[in-house]
Design a protein around this ligand. Structure first.
Ligand code: ATP
Length: 503
């Protein structure tokens, strides 16, 4: 699995999808740049989401709010006081860790042991193995589960009560060591706020302390009435947004899975109080269906319902994806109650209410939100679609089998050779189709090599112009997935490409 992930990272770089940020200065930790193909793929994912959320729902509109917001926003949202991670340093290695992640990793190891016991039993009992019964009765499994539960509930309680001394005590009791060096020599646990600070204004005494937004949602909450009044939507209605968010993550690892600067695609759905759980269930299902429609395999997704809820939520679930490093959160669906709007009313002194003509009353709406990380979605698609294939003749190829609608390049226009007027003929085709599709033109190298390079960036079609094209006005069109080649009239190209690559 490690090898798969390494291949994903190196392929992303080699083919112009993702580069480490400021690489000539040895990079900046957990910050990445999207290259020419990455930017196209990312834009296509955004469009696919925007269409599904905004264009196809008559009661959802999209906005684009600023990254910098009035600092009181983050007081009201709870981020100034509660957006913290508990940190612990190892005195010997000088490495910094998230204390809760150390404990969770310890529990994950117990879970691995559980899974090994289950696997062993499944082998031993063969077809007659009843997993549910085994898990419910096997003393070893029960012991492991009880231990995990006990540790995790103590961790949750200590974090909730901000009893950081107890988090440290837990780490010591479990004899958790620095995973890299084995040292158990720790500092105290401290809270560390994840927001990036910055300043507005030049002079030292009048400058205002600001934060780079850690989520896009607050830009929607503070605009709730502006949008509601100008769009004239009644409840229930939604506001969607795609934009950057910033978090000073401590354990920033796993490539673009956890970044310090990333992009979110969020939608806040405003509903009447008391109806929120119904909409929450609806959005959970709708969002899962949206992911499934990408065609990456239904078994690669699952829900994880939260037991421990954030201070603002009365229900929450993640959609998890089977990344190369296991099932991890891809999208969150949260029933945020009226927490945010009420908090903004309190801090701003302005009413953020809706007059409901049916109920004949004013109230602060409840909110159901769907929040997906664009970069994580990119990673899920990219890592799943990257495949090494052995062909019938024994040769190998690397292919990125992206859903055609998301592919950075829709078709490559490839004259077999430059001379004899083939290049000019190919250029004419390029110029005719470029208004409708993102194309790639190339006349160098053997055609087989050119096909392989297009496979590696996920181009659904390669169009080859040869000498016959000049007289019969047909070209060869090669399908990325089947590698079948077909002779088609030039006049049919637009329809064929469109059929395959349209959303
Ligand atoms: P996690 O538990 O993985 O830190 P979270 O629960 O803090 O995520 P939310 O605050 O619910 O995440 O944010 C919504 C979505 O934004 C997540 O589902 C994820 O896809 C994305 N996201 C959050 N943090 C990051 C990050 N540091 N890098 C990339 N994407 C992120």
């Amino acid at each position: 699995q490690d090898d798969v992930f390494k291949k994903v990272i190196s392929h992303a770089k080699e083919y112009g999808f993702i580069f480490p940020s400021s690489e000539i200065y040895d990079g900046l930790s957990a910050v990445y740049d999207y290259g020419q193909n990455g930017a196209e793929l990312k834009n296509n994912i955004k469009q696919y989401w925007w269409k599904a959320m905004v264009q196809l729902n008559e009661n959802i509109v999209g906005i684009d709010s600023a990254i910098l917001m009035h600092p009181t926003t983050w007081k009201a949202s709870g981020h100034v006081d509660a957006f913290n991670d508990p940190l612990i340093d190892n005195k010997d290695s000088k490495k910094r860790f998230r204390a809760d992640v150390l404990v969770e990793d310890y529990c994950a190891k117990i879970e691995d042991k559980e899974n090994k016991e289950i696997e062993k039993a499944a082998k031993r009992f063969g077809e007659s193995f009843d997993k549910a019964q085994f898990v419910a009765t096997n003393p070893k499994i029960l012991e492991y589960r009880a231990k995990r539960e006990q540790i995790l509930s103590r961790l949750a309680k200590s974090l909730e009560n901000e009893d950081l001394a107890d988090v440290k005590a837990l780490i010591e009791e479990l004899e958790i060591a620095d995973p890299d060096t084995g040292s158990k020599n720790w500092t105290e646990v401290r809270q560390f706020n994840l927001m990036f600070g910055t300043k507005l204004g030049a002079s030292a005494d009048s400058a205002m302390d600001l934060y780079l937004r850690p989520e896009t949602a607050q830009g929607i909450f503070v605009n709730f009435l502006n949008v509601q009044k100008t769009s004239r939507h009644r409840l229930p209605f939604g506001i969607a947004q795609i934009g950057k968010a910033f978090r000073n993550e401590i354990v920033a690892r796993q490539f673009i899975f956890r970044m310090r600067e990333f992009e979110q695609m969020e939608m806040q759905f405003f509903v009447a109080p008391g109806t929120e759980l119904e909409f929450y269930e609806q959005w959970k299902q709708k969002r899962l269906n949206w992911h499934l429609a990408l065609g990456l395999g239904n078994d690669n997704y699952r829900f994880h319902d939260h037991e421990k809820l954030a201070h603002y939520a009365n229900a929450a679930a993640d959609i998890e994806f089977n990344f190369p490093f296991g099932f991890k959160e891809l999208e969150g669906i949260h029933s945020r109650t009226d927490f945010d709007l009420k908090a903004h009313e309190k801090h701003s002194g302005r009413k953020l209410q809706f007059f409901d003509p049916e109920r004949n009353e004013n109230y602060v709406p409840y909110v159901v939100e769907t929040s997906v990380g664009l970069d994580r979605l990119f990673l899920s698609i990219f890592s799943h679609c990257l495949k090494d294939e052995v062909l019938e003749d024994g040769s190998e190829r690397t292919v990125l089998s992206l859903p055609p609608a998301l592919a950075p390049v829709k078709a490559a226009i490839l004259p077999l050779m430059k001379k004899d007027g083939l290049a000019e003929y190919a250029e004419n085709i390029f110029n005719d189709l470029k208004y409708d599709f993102n194309l790639f033109y190339e006349e160098k190298d053997a055609i087989g090599k050119r096909y392989r390079r297009q496979d590696a960036i996920g181009t659904p079609y390669c169009i080859t112009i040869d000498h016959d094209s000049l007289t019969d006005h047909t070209v060869t069109i090669r399908d990325r997935d089947t590698m079948q080649q077909e002779r088609v009239p030039v006049s049919e190209l637009r329809r064929i490409i469109d059929e395959k690559t349209n959303f």
